[in-house]
Design a binder for this molecule. Structure first.
Ligand code: NDP
Length: 449
């Protein structure tokens, strides 16, 4: 049995109750076969794959907090510190009722390779809680965040582990957590990223993941002798990533015609009105249905059943899934391919199932996975860490231009890695290989640890 298969079997046996983690490990290890097979004995002897699929540590804790009615609520908190071979652990905090250890492990595992691709010195980690911020008052959010940070603060630090936002954790939550960390530790340090601009945040961090996704997509389109101008795009989600992906796509001359949330989706053939979208989502914190009510060209569709392909039914040139994991399945991929989609780039983490990814690749759709395509968020978080360390703030243009250079560099890095291993155009393999090689070189140099 090959070394990759041996390790996959071990992981499936040990973590069989964590389907998302198994999915992520399978996808990564499968695409690393050509690298591993070049020197199987060395990797086996050093147990590289066993070490890289086992977190340095996984922390789980109780998060008790008092709601507005005076009742005590209890949630479960997580921080998985996966690998710090190339820098302090770095990765977001997800607040969503679906959060469990397997989901945090899948995200932390992916983060190792993504962070490596940014070329910046950051290791991989992820955290969060099964707390649902929806419908909670500001006071309840603060109570939860303070309790969560009271425990988490024991394990993080500016040179140790630097969490950030993710689904359900935006500027408000980061602010409450930062305040509590400062109270407990008595130090003012860049322990979190995604901070407000008045206390150490970076300009362009809010826009970074969505903008970065478009910088990389634009470079891919250019390298295929094509241009963004005039392209029609389907975006899913309507959160941070989706909003700024839509904004940058339209700045580049493309037209975004769809968005979604967990209860429905919209089709706006005239192109999304970004100012209205921001008003609905960022100011009013309302549902997407409110966008459709305020815009005559938009149709709103309730997500009634699993057969509804939603935004993936629309005829587009480019698809950008920006909502959540496994939101684009094989049937969705078939619908997109039948409609002539040419490029797919993931704004979210693992939004495309393995079968759908393979279908795109078999049908010559240029497909870039989230590890590379959404790395702009964490890259800019690392730029926020740099600014905090030098106690300076860079202008929007400085950060944005560094972000653009990083994303263009990532595209060429993954393209070159795929070519080097005879898999031209397979950007998923290219990303895994390029990310893996740097981390493994550092792991080997640092001995058995
Ligand atoms: P937000 O919480 O801002 O937005 C998430 C969006 O996805 C919301 O519109 C939400 O709708 C929607 N959504 C959630 N679940 C579903 C579902 N089952 N079906 C359809 N829509 C759904 O999160 P972000 O925009 O920050 O993150 C989106 C994705 O991007 C995540 O996978 C995240 O890990 C990834 N990512 C984010 C980065 C960042 O910088 N923010 C960086 C890198 C990756 P609803 O309001 O109904 O829940």
């Amino acid at each position: 049995m090959s070394y990759v298969d041996e390790v996959l079997e071990k992981v499936k046996k040990r973590d069989g109750d964590q389907p998302e983690f198994i999915q992520a490990v399978t996808e990564v290890l499968d695409s690393l076969r050509p690298v591993i097979e070049q020197d199987e004995e060395k990797y086996r002897k050093l147990a590289i794959l066993e070490r890289i699929t086992e977190p340095d540590r996984q922390i789980m804790f109780r998060v008790p907090w008092v709601d507005d009615n005076g009742n005590v609520q209890v949630n479960r908190g997580f921080r998985v510190q996966f690998n710090n071979a190339i820098g302090p652990y770095k990765g977001g905090l997800r607040l969503h009722p679906s959060v469990n250890l397997g989901i945090i492990k899948f995200l932390g595992f992916e983060q190792i390779f993504k962070n490596s691709l940014t070329t910046l010195p950051i290791g991989g980690g992820k955290g969060g809680s099964d707390f649902d911020p929806k419908g909670k008052s500001d006071n309840e959010i603060m109570k939860f965040c303070q309790s969560f940070m009271t425990e988490l603060s024991k394990y993080i630090g500016a040179d140790q582990d630097v969490p950030a936002g993710d689904i359900g954790t935006g500027a408000r939550e980061i602010g409450f957590m930062f305040g509590q960390y400062k109270r407990i530790k008595g130090v003012y340090e860049g322990v979190l990223t995604g901070k407000g601009l008045t206390y150490g945040g970076s300009l362009a961090r809010t826009e970074a993941t969505g903008y970065g996704l478009l910088y990389l997509t634009e470079e891919m389109v250019k390298c295929h002798g094509d241009k963004m101008e005039g392209k029609t795009i389907a975006v899913s989600g309507s959160g941070n990533v989706a909003i700024y992906a839509t904004e940058k796509a339209q700045q580049l001359g493309a037209k975004v015609v769809t968005l979604s949330d967990s209860t429905g989706w919209i089709y706006d053939p005239e192109g999304i009105d970004v100012a209205l979208l921001k008003e609905v989502k960022e100011v009013k914190r309302a549902r997407l249905s409110e966008y459709a009510k305020a815009r005559s060209s938009a149709e709103y569709h309730d997500k009634k059943n699993a057969d509804d392909h939603g935004v993936w039914n629309i005829k587009v040139d480019i698809a950008l899934p920006c909502a959540t994991q496994n939101e684009l399945n094989l049937d969705d991929a078939k619908a997109l391919v039948a409609n002539g989609v040419q490029y797919v780039a993931e704004g979210a983490n693992m939004p495309t199932t393995i079968e759908a990814t393979e279908y795109f690749q078999q049908n010559k759709v240029n497909f870039v996975g989230g590890k590379a395509a959404n790395a702009g968020g964490v890259a800019t978080s690392a730029l926020e860490m740099s600014q905090n360390s030098e106690r300076l703030s860079w202008t929007f243009e400085e950060v944005d231009s560094k972000l653009k250079n990083i994303m263009v560099g990532i595209y060429h890095n993954i393209d070159d890695a795929a070519k080097e291993y005879g898999m031209e155009g397979n950007y998923v393999a290219g990303a895994n290989i390029a990310g893996f090689k740097k981390v493994v070189e550092a792991m080997i140099a640092q001995g058995v640890c």
